[in-house]
Design a protein around this ligand. Structure first.
Ligand SMILES: C[S@@+](CC[C@H](N)C(=O)[O-])C[C@H]1O[C@@H](n2cnc3c(N)ncnc32)[C@H](O)[C@@H]1O
Length: 222
């Protein structure tokens, strides 16, 4: 890289350019965006969704913690093999029932996606058979202070070459200190501790992709 380019990092213009050159958003994904926005339902950004879809290639068995309206679920389903399956966990049935309608609209058959309507840590502790694994990819996107707990519950359920992905790990710049944390918000410190531990965790090869709100990507070392 030339010396005068060294301070350049991709920004909003670049993200928008990538989106403008990408395949148009399928109607079901557009419908989820339209429904989530007025309700303030936090879903992954479009660029994070596209990244999830690419990372799901070849991953037959996926588990997701935090479904909401099924936006990330659908990106994952579209990227994995067409006979792949996803188990997705969210205690909020009113959200996951709506998600099912959009998955169907996108042509994803009901057999491919199993919903577990329970708090994830409870479902893992109860030994829900749907969560037995082994899973080829795990996506974490629910309660931020529980990320470390989800990870430890997931590790024994992972296939040998599994990928673990977690969203919001940069927390809009609050984790690195680029922006000040909100007073009394435990999520920044929890995410910082989660990132710091996982980036040096000997069980994984991990990094953070500065996509969306930060996607931590970790592959299990064999
Ligand atoms: C950020 S949203 C998930 C967004 C989704 N991954 C997407 O990008 O389309 C977080 C979801 O976690 C769910 N949630 C809350 N507590 C949870 C828990 N204990 N276990 C699993 N999910 C939980 C919420 O109901 C919410 O729908």
């Amino acid at each position: 890289m030339a010396k005068d380019d060294e301070s350049w990092i991709p920004g909003r213009v670049d993200v928008d350019w990538i989106e403008s050159k990408s395949r148009p958003l399928p109607p079901a994904l557009a419908a989820i965006e339209d429904a989530a926005q007025p309700e303030d339902i936090p879903i992954v950004s479009r660029d994070a969704g596209r990244a999830l879809s690419v990372l799901a290639a070849g991953r037959r068995r996926i588990v997701e913690v935090g479904t909401a309206y099924g936006f990330s679920t659908l990106w994952l389903a579209m990227g994995q093999p067409s006979d792949g399956t996803i188990v997705t966990i969210d205690p909020d049935r009113s959200r996951t029932d709506l998600a099912r309608g959009w998955w169907r609209e996108a042509g994803i058959t009901d057999e491919r996606i199993t919903v577990v309507n329970a708090p994830a840590l409870d479902a893992f502790a109860a030994g829900d058979p749907a969560l037995a694994g082994p899973f080829d990819l795990a996506f974490i996107d629910a309660l931020k202070p529980e990320y470390a707990g989800y990870l430890e519950a997931l590790v024994p359920r992972l296939a040998p070459d599994a990928l673990v992905i977690a969203d919001n790990v940069l927390w809009s710049g609050r984790v690195s200190g680029a922006r000040p944390a909100d007073a009394g918000d435990a999520r920044t410190e929890a995410l910082r501790a989660f990132d710091t531990a996982l980036l040096r965790d000997e069980r994984f090869n991990a990094t953070i992709l500065p996509i969306g709100d930060g996607l931590l990507v970790a592959s299990l070392r064999s």
